[in-house]
Design a protein around this ligand. Structure first.
Ligand code: URA
Length: 242
C-alpha cells in the first residue's frame, strides 16, 4: 500500500484526535492486520465502553468503514465488487440485524438489505412497530459473493475482525441473526438455523436470537409465521409492545 499523503495523514490524525485517541504506536508493522487505525478504533472502544457517546461511536465506525473500503483480503470478492457494503443505522442502536452478505442491489447501492429480501426485512421491522432508522443492519461479509453464493469459511474469517469490531463499537443490547450463515458466523457453530432458533445466546454484552433469513421467506412464505413468532419473543425481551 502507498504511503498516505501528508494531507491524508493530517486528516486521519485529526479524526483520531476527535475520537479521543491521544497515543499512536511508534512503529507500524506493515504485515500486521488489522491496520493501526482500526486497532486504535478498537482500543478506543475497549478502553471506555461505558462512556462512549453516540458521537464517539459514529467516529469509530467511520474509521472502521474506511478500513473496510480499502480491504483486499478476499481477492475474488474485492475484484468483483462495485463497493463494500458496511452497514447502516444509528451507532448506538439497541438492536442489530445481522445478515449474510450483500447481493446485487446492495453491491450497487452500498446499503445492506435494499433488494427484495431487504424490502421484506423492512416489513418485518415495521411489523415490530420499529423503523429501519431505529436499528442497525449489517452483514457478515462486506463484499458481494459471485452469483450470491454463501460465504466461504476463509471469507468469514477475513471479515470477522470487521463485524466483531463493528458490534463492539455499537454495543447493541440485542442481535438478531438472519439465517444460517449469519448465525453460524457470529456464534461460531456449525449447528443449522433450525436448531439455533428458540434459544438465547450471549455475544459480548448482547443477547442473540436467530431466525430465518428473509430470502428463505421469499422461497418459503409459510415460514413467515415462524419468523413472526421469533420477533414476538425478541420484542418482548426488548420491552417493545406490538
Ligand atoms: N441478504 C443479506 O444477507 N444481506 C443483504 O444485505 C442483502 C441480502
Amino acid at each position: 500500500m502507498d504511503a498516505p499523503s501528508p494531507n491524508a495523514l493530517a486528516q486521519r490524525l485529526e479524526s483520531l484526535a476527535l475520537a479521543g485517541v491521544t497515543n499512536l504506536p511508534k512503529k507500524r508493522r506493515v504485515s500486521q492486520e488489522p491496520s493501526a487505525t482500526a486497532r486504535q478504533a478498537e482500543a478506543l472502544v475497549a478502553a471506555t465502553p461505558s462512556t462512549n457517546g453516540p458521537a464517539d461511536r459514529v467516529q469509530a465506525l467511520a474509521i472502521l468503514r474506511d478500513d473496510v473500503a480499502a480491504c483486499t483480503r478476499c481477492g475474488e470478492l474485492a475484484a468483483g465488487r462495485t463497493q463494500t457494503v458496511f452497514g447502516v443505522g444509528p451507532a448506538d442502536a439497541r438492536l442489530c440485524f445481522f445478515g449474510e452478505a450483500p447481493g446485487a442491489d446492495e453491491d450497487a447501492s452500498g446499503i445492506p438489505f435494499v433488494g427484495r429480501a431487504g424490502q421484506l426485512l423492512t416489513k418485518i421491522i415495521e411489523a415490530c412497530t420499529l423503523s429501519r432508522d431505529q436499528v442497525y443492519i449489517l452483514n457478515v461479509l462486506k463484499c458481494r459473493p459471485p452469483n450470491n453464493r454463501p460465504p466461504h469459511p476463509e471469507e468469514v474469517a477475513n471479515c470477522r475482525g470487521y463485524f466483531e469490531r463493528q458490534l463492539a463499537i455499537i454495543q447493541p443490547e440485542f442481535i438478531c441473526c438472519l439465517g444460517t450463515s449469519a448465525a453460524q458466523a457470529l456464534l461460531q457453530t456449525t449447528e443449522p438455523i433450525g436448531k439455533l432458533r428458540h434459544r438465547w445466546f450471549d455475544h459480548g454484552t448482547a443477547r442473540v436470537i436467530c431466525t430465518y433469513h428473509p430470502s428463505y421467506l421469499l422461497r418459503n412464505p409459510a415460514a413467515k409465521r415462524d419468523v413472526w413468532a421469533d420477533m414476538k419473543v425478541l420484542m418482548a425481551a426488548m420491552g417493545v409492545g406490538m
